[in-house]
Design a protein. Sequence first.
Length: 277
Amino acid sequence: MPIENIPEIYFDTPNKSKDIFVYDFKMTNDVVKSKVNLSMNMFSFLQVGKKQVHFANTSKAVNSEQSLLLKKGNWLWTELLDTEVIYYCKLFFFSEKKLTDFLSKYTKDVKPYQEKVPYFVIENDDYIASFISSLSSKTFENSAYCDAMLSLKFEEILLYLLDKYGSEFEHYLHALISKEVSPFKNIVEDHIHSNLKLEEIAFLCNMSLSTFKRHFTAEYKEAPGKWLKDKRLQKAKELLQGGDLKASDIYLEVGYNNLSNFSVAFKNKFGISPTEI
């Protein structure tokens, strides 16, 4: 699957940089784990559908009652239709310069989140619904004051969220401009029990699959496929030995997409089927 460079693919003029940008995104088909290189921090105001995002060491799913603020970087996005025949969200991008200017103007010099969470979940309310309605790309595209109007909208939503969430949101905003890089081992081990493929974990590490495999083998002294498989099956065995769960309850949790494949792998590893635990 090709990597999508966002928001650049939405620009009318290629290679033209922007400090702030809004885009109305619509689609009529489900998209599962598309690879996204997000070059700007971004609000995702989901209006119709469901969205799940994977970053280096975490993932999050939201519906139309929530919005997301996402840190720039490599993401895997899953966007799903709900009961409607269309998926629709408004995307609001902003540069580090815009954010730095805002923080200098309105906030103190605070230490960022210790957790380094790459997203912030926003619970939508009447004010945010009204804000989303006012945020249309068509509203701004032909205006001589487009940049100024978008800058005011940017300040408006950040000030509202600062008022709504207080220091929690302020700390998160400061974390967005930190230059830290997620450690390789943290990314790998945070996805031990996910159902991501090696290629997808490599992407979250900002590596090609071949580079990822070399780096992994040097770090863990074992091939990544076998290492992840063994860790996931050992976790499954521990869960089943607890006595409260069946194979059908846990196979997704330990990284398998179907029960049959999990049962075969489990028996090959331990010599017994999951139902015999």
